[in-house]
Design a protein around this ligand. Structure first.
Ligand code: NAD
Length: 260
């Protein structure tokens, strides 16, 4: 790589976001990490990403549920690194509840972290990318950006919204060397899901393997979790020059879930 490129991954203190950050660090990128946690609590994560490659790593605390936080985050990253070349909108939370009991605040929180912050970060990233004639925007959506499951109305709606945002912005920036795509993972074995495995096994009185097979992987035909490394590699591919014609699309990585 000639010039050192900079990537921002929102929600990158754990799970998929951290995996993506490490993959790009290993390829020599400068990496902007983010979560709502104070920097002191994620010092090991920052050190780990910095050690993964030759580029620089920096942490930007920002609670993306707040209006304007996505714009401000991108402005801080650009002020620090000088430019932003790859934006990965990854921060997300889940809330499970029947629609008639769904709290208005929970709906707003899920929507703002997943959808509003993605819009804001894109809005603030596009001008610099357009000026340089090169940019990559990757939205980590979900199988739930394409199909629904009950009791996840806010999450499914926000992830479907991400798909509309992906397609619209892709059309707007298509002639500027910027691609915009969504990655739609099925069940990924993140630390969060691993913790759930143990809890569910205890609560149901079954083995962790049975929880995986009979509860978590029921909709996933391969009966295998998607690896964090698989999602990270796909994001890396989409950021390459050979992916310059892939734009405005959703790429599933879900073990066949949405083929049903
Ligand atoms: P995770 O909980 O391990 O990571 C979520 C990240 O988002 C963390 O770094 C967290 O600090 C950050 N975050 C949460 N709220 C935030 C806020 N208000 N402001 C800033 N950062 C915040 O989860 P994960 O499983 O790695 O999920 C990452 C993304 O992938 C999410 O958008 C999720 O919807 C999506 N996804 C996950 C799965 C899965 O099975 N794990 C499947 C499909 C899609």
């Amino acid at each position: 790589m000639g010039e050192i490129k900079t990537i921002l991954v929102t929600g990158s203190s754990s799970g998929i976001g951290l995996g993506v950050a490490r993959r790009f660090a290993a390829a020599g990128y400068n990496v902007a990490l983010n979560s709502f946690e104070p920097e002191s609590r994620v010092a090991d994560v920052i050190d780990g990403v910095a050690a993964a490659g030759a580029g620089r790593a920096a942490y930007f605390e920002a609670d993306l549920s707040a209006r304007g936080a996505g714009v401000e985050l991108v402005e801080r990253v650009i002020a620090h690194f000088g430019q932003l070349d790859v934006l990965v909108n990854n921060a997300g939370i889940q809330k499970v509840s029947p629609v008639e009991e769904f709290e208005l605040d929970d709906w707003a929180r899920v929507r703002s972290i997943i959808l509003d912050s993605s819009f804001e970060a894109i809005k603030a990233s596009v001008p610099g990318m357009a000026e340089r004639g090169w940019g990559r925007i990757i939205n980590i959506a979900s199988a739930h950006g394409l199909v629904a499951s009950p009791f996840k109305s806010a999450y499914v709606s926000a992830k479907h919204g991400m798909m509309g945002l992906t397609k619209t912005v892709a059309l707007e920036v298509a002639e500027k060397g910027i691609t915009v795509n969504a990655i739609c993972p099925g069940y990924v074995l993140t630390p969060l899901v691993e913790a759930q495995l143990k809890d569910q096994a205890r609560v149901h009185g079954i083995s962790e393997d049975e929880v995986k097979r009979e509860i978590m992987l029921a909709p996933q035909p391969t009966k295998q979790f998607v690896g964090i490394d698989e999602v990270a590699e796909l994001a890396f591919y989409l950021s390459g020059d050979l992916a310059r014609s892939i734009t405005g699309t959703a790429i599933s990585i879900d073990g066949g879930w949405t083929a049903r």
